[in-house]
Design a protein around this ligand. Sequence first.
Ligand SMILES: [Zn+2]
Ligand SMILES: [Zn+2]
Length: 145
Amino acid sequence: MTGGATLVDAMKIQVMKVPEEGLSLDTSYDPQQLNVDRQDAHLTSPVRLATRVTREGEDLFVQGSLRCVLTMICGRCLESFDATVDKELLLHYDVTGKYVVDITDDVRQELVLEYPMIALCRSDCLGLCPRCGVNRNHTTCSCNA
Ligand SMILES: [Zn+2]
Ligand SMILES: [Zn+2]
């Protein structure tokens, strides 16, 4: 990789360069560029975008998909696990008087919306024993708590 700048520029769409038939925009973001880490959720791989950019008059549309892997910490058992995010994307911009549209903020926003309120390694995670602290997914203790 030749540094972050190339990737950032890939997300700036030059309005005048979008042809009538549209264009494909396939690119990826570094985790650091998006800076969307939460205490219990970290981006550990690039965010991939596969989109189609079209323009109708003063309306610009970016449609496609966003994929990445989040490494999260389970809110019950505190073990880390990976979750794949695969999300459909449809962004719309009014480009009246604009030459360049930067979609970075919206991509960040879309991604953060995918974060679960509480990360769980699985919906039936048994969590830690409140008394002795063992991970009850792996160990059965005799606390009866
Ligand atoms: Zn868990
Ligand atoms: Zn216990």
